[in-house]
Structure formats: structure tokens, C-alpha cells
Design a binder for this molecule. Structure first.
Ligand SMILES: CC(C)(COP(=O)(O)OP(=O)(O)OC[C@H]1O[C@@H](n2cnc3c(N)ncnc32)[C@H](O)[C@@H]1OP(=O)(O)O)[C@@H](O)C(=O)NCCC(=O)NCCS
Ligand SMILES: [Zn+2]
Length: 238
């Protein structure tokens, strides 16, 4: 996995998007961190707001707790470096939930014209990641799915997405798992960008073609990782 600030300007999908739209698209800034057993957890917790610490303490599963603290510490450290102040003082609000109107929709920093999206990969090689952009952004990293997940979830996807997975299956199971995961990662990035999350029918949007706009006003692109088992994608509003 690459580390530090990355801008995937050399990726083919992005280059194609730029020429098709005939205007430059500034990709989000992506920042990755690899949590390690030697991390200073007290220092990370000191970056969180009281509400976040309270929420973290309700997360009984150790890995879930650890990844939440790592995501929020990364987010707040990077926001504070850009906006000033201490990490714990940055105010993060949430857009209204598109489903119920409650205050748990897409998060954003109050009083700053900056947008972000965080994600993480669990397991023995964990990663936390942050995308920063001047426009609403969604970012997702996913481990390549197992075949039984592919078979189960692919049936719920858009017709053209299902066709892409089925076509890949004729090549190999491995190809099908890759194609499915790329589609899923693009879809999740898009739905994090719009703030809807996985509350809409999975067959509503077609992200099978990375060069096409799935929703007017949104561009989706793959973000290349250096791990064959992890797929990344971002979605950016016009
Ligand atoms: C957004 C979502 C797709 C992320 O899935 P995930 O498996 O948690 O994956 P990731 O690790 O990639 O992303 C986690 C981050 O997504 C962000 N996120 C949560 N809800 C979001 C939303 N509606 N829009 C954009 N981003 C959102 C958060 O920043 C979260 O990180 P945090 O826990 O540190 O705050 C999923 O949580 C979801 O669908 N949420 C919406 C659920 C919902 O609104 N239900 C209706 C309730 S009435
Ligand atoms: Zn809700």
C-alpha cells in the first residue's frame, strides 16, 4: 500500500475521464495510515472529541473500536494541520440522514470549505485512509471479496453490473471476485459521496463502466493500491 499523500494522476481511468470531460478534474488527496501494535493509543484518543470517545467506548468489539479511533485520529490530525487548532477541537457535523432526517448523514468539518471521506481495512494488515477534497467526496477501500459473497450480493446489483460479474466468472472465479469488488468499491465510494450510504437499492446506480457517470454531477474513478488484495475507488461531485 502506498503511504502519504497521493494523487493518482497517472491512472488510465482518470486520464480518460479528463479527456472525455475536456476539463481537468482534481482528484482527492488520499492519506493512508497503517495502525500498528506499537501505536500510542492514548495519543490517538487525545485527538478525539468527547462525543467520539463516548462512542468509541460503546464499541465492544476490539477491532471495531481500534479502527474507529484510528480513523478519527487520522481525520482530526489532518484537518487540524490544514484548518488550525488542536485535533480534538475540530467540530465535525453530520448532514441530515437521507433516510430518516436524523443527524447521522455524511460527516463534514463545520466552518470549513473542505470535504472528506474516511475508510478502513480490517484484519492482519489494517489500513485507515482519508480522502480530502474541495468538493463532496466519497472514498472506499475494500478487500477483494470471497466467491460466496460475490455469488450472494451480485444478484442485488444493477443489471449491467451483474452482467460484468457473470462475464468475468466465465474467465475465472478470481476474475469475478476482482470485478465484483471493483464495482462494489465504486458503488460504496459513490454512495458515501452522496451521503446516502447503503440505504438505496443496490441496483439503482450502474457503476459497471468506470468511464461513465453513474449519477449526473458525479465522477467515479478507481484508486490504485499497491496491494493485490485491496481495491480503492473515489467519487467526486462536480
Ligand atoms: C457509509 C457506509 C456505506 C460506510 O460503510 P462502512 O462499512 O462503515 O465502511 P467504511 O469504513 O468505508 O466507512 C466508514 C465511514 O463512513 C462514513 N459515513 C458514515 N455514514 C455516512 C454517510 N451517510 N455518508 C457518507 N459517509 C458516511 C463515516 O465517516 C465512517 O467513518 P467513522 O465511523 O469513523 O465515522 C455505511 O456505514 C452506510 O451505509 N451507512 C448509512 C447507514 C444509514 O444511514 N442507515 C439509515 C439509518 S436511519
Ligand atoms: Zn437515519
Amino acid at each position: 500500500m502506498r503511504t502519504g499523500t497521493e494523487a493518482p494522476t497517472s491512472q488510465p481511468a482518470y486520464d480518460e475521464l479528463v479527456s472525455r470531460e475536456r476539463q481537468p478534474i482534481t482528484p482527492p488527496t488520499i492519506i493512508l495510515r497503517t495502525p500498528a501494535p506499537t501505536d500510542d493509543l492514548d495519543a490517538e484518543r487525545a485527538c478525539l472529541s468527547p462525543d467520539e470517545l463516548h462512542h468509541a467506548n460503546t464499541l465492544r468489539d476490539g477491532e471495531t473500536h481500534r479502527m474507529f479511533v484510528a480513523r478519527r485520529a487520522l481525520l482530526r490530525t489532518e484537518l487540524a494541520a490544514r484548518l488550525g487548532g488542536s485535533p480534538a477541537e475540530i467540530v465535525i457535523d453530520h448532514r441530515p440522514c437521507v433516510q430518516c432526517g436524523g443527524s447521522h448523514g455524511r460527516p463534514y468539518p463545520r466552518a470549513a470549505d473542505l470535504h472528506f471521506s474516511v475508510t478502513s481495512v480490517r484484519g492482519p494488515r489494517p489500513v485507515v485512509a482519508l480522502a480530502l477534497a474541495e468538493r463532496p467526496v466519497g472514498f472506499d477501500l475494500e478487500e477483494v471479496a470471497e466467491l460466496d459473497v460475490v455469488r450472494d450480493v451480485a444478484t442485488q446489483l444493477h443489471l449491467r453490473e451483474r452482467a460484468a460479474v457473470t462475464a468475468a466468472l466465465e474467465t475465472s472465479s478470481r476474475a469475478a471476485c476482482s470485478v465484483f469488488t471493483e464495482i462494489w468499491t465504486r458503488k460504496e465510494a459513490l454512495l458515501k459521496g452522496t451521503g446516502e450510504g447503503i440505504t438505496v437499492p443496490l441496483d439503482r446506480d450502474d457503476v459497471s463502466d468506470v468511464r461513465a457517470r453513474p449519477i449526473p454531477g458525479w465522477t467515479v474513478a478507481m484508486w490504485e493500491t499497491d496491494r493485490p488484495d485491496v481495491v480503492g475507488a473515489w467519487a467526486l461531485s462536480d
